[in-house]
Design a protein around this ligand. Structure first.
Ligand code: C5P
Length: 219
């Protein structure tokens, strides 16, 4: 009965890491595998939604015909693609681990080893979540993720409000089997009413829990 619950809905999902170029052969990245975002895309598509998956560099494939994948590399490229896709979406789920800083300049040639030290100057990237939170219309939903190492719930609540999310999914690095690179995840969903912890599950099952919550917002 969940099968066609998202019929006619357009959903933007961001997934994976971003790569911020240092020179032609090096980048600043992170350990995001994209698995959680891809699981969310699959669940949305299976329930009838039309999904735009804006994906950083990952080793994953999409199979469902209703998932339109847009491959990007940098935070800037992800920002451009996400802002444009959210304009006619019913919901956005921001699962990507976006770099907060990027090199101020990209070296045109491979940086040589010849110096004693190397200082990279970084500048802040666009906050995609904050931009979509501002762009958000009354009928649109927005779901964020948070990965915290301290004061998790308080930081996640703050982010929920600052970025104008409808709810935020907190994953803890303190829980074994949760977060980056794993096939399982343990989440807490926080909205303006409640903080709801979920048990450790396969990422596909976790995706179902998250999409159940999103679906409830539409009815
Ligand atoms: O502030 P923080 O980066 O911890 O917020 C995490 C949430 O914001 C996630 O949903 C992430 O996808 C999103 N985010 C974003 N653009 C950024 C940084 C984070 O969309 N530049």
């Amino acid at each position: 009965e969940r099968q066609q619950q998202l019929n006619g809905k357009k959903i933007l999902i961001t997934a994976g890491p971003t790569y911020e170029k240092i020179d032609p052969v090096r980048f600043i990245g992170n350990y995001s595998s994209g698995k959680m975002g891809y699981a969310l895309a699959e669940v949305c598509a299976e329930r009838g939604a039309e999904v735009t998956l804006v994906s950083g560099p990952v080793n994953l494939k999409v199979t469902h015909p209703n998932i339109h994948r847009i491959d990007v590399e940098s935070a800037e490229q992800m920002y451009e693609a996400a802002v444009s896709a959210y304009a006619d979406a019913d919901a956005g789920i921001l699962c990507a681990a976006v770099a907060d800083f990027t090199p101020e300049t990209v070296a045109g040639q491979k940086i040589k080893r010849e110096k004693d030290d190397l200082v990279l100057r970084l500048k802040p990237t666009h906050d995609i979540a904050a931009a979509l939170g501002k762009q958000k219309q009354a009928h649109q939903k927005l779901v964020g993720f948070a990965l915290e190492t301290t004061d998790e719930v308080a930081h996640a609540q703050d982010k929920l409000n600052r970025k104008n999310f409808d709810f935020i999914v907190l994953n803890s690095l303190n829980d074994k089997g949760a977060g980056f690179r794993c096939d399982t995840n343990k989440i807490t969903i926080i909205d303006r009413q409640a903080t709801t912890p979920y048990p450790l599950k396969e990422k596909k099952e976790v995706a179902c829990d998250i999409i159940d919550r999103l679906t409830a917002l539409f009815s």
